[in-house]
Design a binder for this molecule. Sequence first.
Ligand code: 0RA
Length: 639
Amino acid sequence: MSQENEYGAGQIQVLEGLEAVRKRPAMYIGSTDSRGLHHLVYEVVDNSIDEALAGYCDAIEVTLHEDGSVSVADNGRGIPVDTHEQYNRPAVEVIMTVLHAGGKFDNKSYQVSGGLHGVGVSVVNALSTELEVEIMRDGAVWHHRFEKGEPVQGAFERVRDMEPDEETGTTITFWPDNEIFETTDFTFKTLETRLRELAFLNSGVEISLTDERSEESSTFMFEGGIREFVEYLDETKTALHDDIIYYEDETEGIAVEIAMQATDELQGSIHAFANNINTREGGTHLTGFKTALTRVVNDYANSEGMLSDLDGDNLRGEDVREGLTAVISVKHPDPQFEGQTKTKLGNSEVRGIVESITHEKLGTYFEENPDVATAIISKAVEAARARKAAKKAEELTRRKSALESTALPGKLADCQSRDPSKSELFVVEGDSAGGSAKQGRDREFQAILPIKGKILNVEKHRLDRILENNEVRALITAIGAGIGDEFDIDDARYQRIILMTDADVDGAHIRTLLLTLLYRHMRPLIEAGYVYAAQPPLYRVRYRGNTYDAMTEEDRDRIIEEKCNGNPTQVQRFKGLGEMNPDQLWETTMNPENRVLKRITVEDAAAADRMFSILMGDAVEPRKQFIKDHATDAEWVDI
Ligand code: 0RA
């Protein structure tokens, strides 16, 4: 084959590849909503993180520009600019246009790009109207430019010599294509959370984020790595020991790092990562850790005779993990991701490796720090006692409800449908709103459960106490899928659970209490996307026989301006759901044709855990601060 033919074939392959990405973007980046949009940034940052893991880069700067573009700059070696033999084009052009080309250039031991949706920067390029790259390497500054993934003819150039004191590196700037993405508006907080996490997971790398639109900025650099991650997660909690337990090891090219701390909380939170990817579905690293943790704690407790109160029983894993905050991070040369969302680590060898490292290092730690071991075990024994008491209480409730003619709570106005996929449960604050909702609903598929007053704060009580609360019990029975370890989502009687609370501070508080209960004890409902917040309007504007509902003050003002020429006939403010008559409630908030529901998602489990601990825990100052920080943007209902 002649040189020319080869070039032609390569060119065609590139164009076909880019076209495939633009035709089916979701296949490459998961989705084209806000989540997919933010993935573009993560994809580019992952390439810089790879440079850092290879030991050549220690600073990454992400900038959101006013014109909607984002740049990611690093001080790595710079993307190669020499001519790629096979393609007869600059290597940077190949990396930017050929799917999965990035990793093939360099034999890296761990590569994070190429992970979850890790498809390489070429995908970001294909999904951008424009992409510019500036490279400092081989003594010069180089530029190249692309449009919708295709190189702009003549745009590759050597701009100037590098100054003697200039650092090598790469800056990639891209403009996401608004014909592909539903939104191209980046959210500072979303990026900040992920970049902070990356900084924890890759100690010593400085990662900064600057938003030129709002002049917000953050810089993260953690010498202590995941130790500082645990400190951060436990910031508002009371720890049972000062030092963070930490160990690391490398076996057969697989690096394992674990940090943990026991707290007096009732909730534990273990966050497992593989090659910087949050493995929400767990996997072999998590299993190995849990197995060894339970064994080490029981071995120590037995040898010290600390389990005499448990009628000869051993501690269960869940007892030991109560109040435990842990971060597990493994880096693997060839990670296998499985599960529904590809966030479960599948490599079978990892289980034994994590298990034996934990067994050895944690065992030694306990021998050397008997005070810490004793604190952790006392807490676990307490948890085991409560677990046994809860079991008894639950059996009692079950027996009781079996005796009653109907197991469903009396306050529930159930729907007629028995098809969970069509059925909705409105959990409504207060009896008066509950009454309106019962009258206004479509009883075919909408059930109403009124909840009175503030429900129990489940963040502060164990399951035995939680089950004593009538409001909580009514909700559990109405949903019908059990609670805690016994929870089975297949038994859920509704696939939409809609929290309908007033649009005021009390309403937000009740919603948060309900969300805490769902998040802590029925989390699969949230993960399956079954949980929603209703969005009742705040204002009703009338003008010349028409009515318009507004969700916010800005909405109201816009309507007055645009629909009423600045002169509304009447503006009504709804103070609470109870003020709406049944028809209004149906029309504005319940009727599937008109209503706006907000699906509750758990974007980031670590952030959600922290949020619930802060919002529902004992420490007052951080809560005040949190609410002050988030009061205006209502985004915290999003978990
Ligand atoms: C391929 C090979 C080499 C570096 C890179 C790619 C690279 C890619 C990106 C993307 C963003 N920042 C980056 N930095 C480096 C290694 C080249 C060598 O051996 O010098």
